[in-house]
Design a protein around this ligand. Structure first.
Ligand SMILES: [Zn+2]
Length: 332
């Protein structure tokens, strides 16, 4: 491991925007202040697992999480014996999660001498965590956020299906950089962003070599997954248009009034071929490509094929209703 790091750190540096874009693939998405999730942290952070989903995970046997897990129990009486059968111990690897004012009143933690939790690693320092939204319906209706609220380490953990181990994160970063180097203008784009041609070639060669040594960059799988086309060029997994390396290094024009403070949003974004959803670990090398930001927004929740079916029905219906759709510009 140490040897590999040394080899990687000797490589010529990528332009900053490209480097950050690849680096950030190892982090979770942003989270609001009032939710239980951590904001943009490593995908190998402590995972939060709802009790119902834990029952399935537990049935499949032991899963190693780099930084452990916390099972979130719904309010209501969980029998000690049931928890024991599921290998759960309150305050060690599970917590009650208060989400509504009604739960707070019915099962008030002070009546049970419970404390809010303070640690993501066992012992958790308490038995519960609360994120109850404010209500204007009553005078004492302020929000109740307790446990993991420190500015520096807000949030109890990450969504468990966003999880990837440190080694998977590294593999994904390596393969995603290799996919960048398959853009039709990859070299031109990094040179334009300040890298010398020599450095660009050295880095590209070493990254592709590294992928081969670690069993990555299986072209058949990448084509199958719509990450590369048959000419081994990087394409957007939804629209299949070849992706320009320049899209990794330009900031996207943001719709007026909807500016997002993070100015590093570029035209190209990380694309999960099978979307991240509960029940599966989908942050893995052959499920990740680079796509247009806009295509990603469209396909994100439904997935690629359902989105294509929807787009087709939308076009068909327009054509059936006599709408004349002009041909797209030539270079599309
Ligand atoms: Zn696209």
């Amino acid at each position: 491991m140490a040897k590999r790091r040394e080899t990687m750190s000797n490589l010529p540096k990528l332009p900053e925007l490209l480097h950050r874009k690849i680096y950030k693939t190892g982090q979770t998405r942003g989270a609001d202040d009032d939710v239980i999730y951590q904001n943009r942290v490593s995908r190998n952070s402590t995972v939060l697992i709802p009790l119902n989903e834990w029952k399935h995970i537990h049935a499949f046997g032991h899963i190693d999480f780099d930084n452990g897990y916390i099972v979130l129990l719904p309010l209501g009486l969980q029998r000690e014996s049931e928890l024991r059968q599921l290998n759960l111990t309150l305050g060690e690897n599970c917590l009650y999660f208060y989400e509504t004012r009604q739960e707070w009143e019915l099962y008030n933690p002070s009546k049970r001498q419970w404390h809010f939790a303070t640690s993501r690693i066992a012992p958790l320092g308490g038995q519960y965590v609360a994120r109850i939204p404010a209500t204007t319906a009553r005078e004492d209706g302020g929000k109740i956020n307790l446990g993991f609220t420190d500015t520096k380490s807000k949030g109890a953990g990450i969504r468990w299906y966003e999880y990837a181990s440190a080694s998977t994160i590294e593999q994904c970063r390596l393969q995603l950089e290799a996919i960048y180097w398959h853009c039709f203008d990859a070299e031109e784009a990094v040179i334009k962003a300040g890298m010398s041609q020599n450095n660009a070639r050295t880095r590209q060669q070493r990254i592709l070599q590294k992928c081969k040594e670690t069993g990555l960059l299986d072209y058949e799988k990448l084509i199958q997954a719509r990450i590369l086309n048959s000419a081994h060029q990087t394409v957007c997994p939804l629209c299949l248009e070849p992706i320009s390396g320049k899209g990794f290094m330009t900031r996207i024009a943001q719709a007026e009034g909807r500016e997002i403070p993070d100015l590093t949003i570029t035209e190209v974004s990380l694309f999960h071929i099978v979307e991240l959803r509960s029940g599966e670990f989908n942050h893995r090398p052959y499920n990740l490509g680079w796509g247009h930001h806009h295509c990603n927004v469209v396909a994100k929740d439904a997935g690629i094929m359902p989105t294509l079916i929807w787009l087709k029905s939308l076009l068909d219906r327009n054509l059936k209703n006599g709408v004349k759709i002009p041909a797209p510009p030539k270079d599309q």
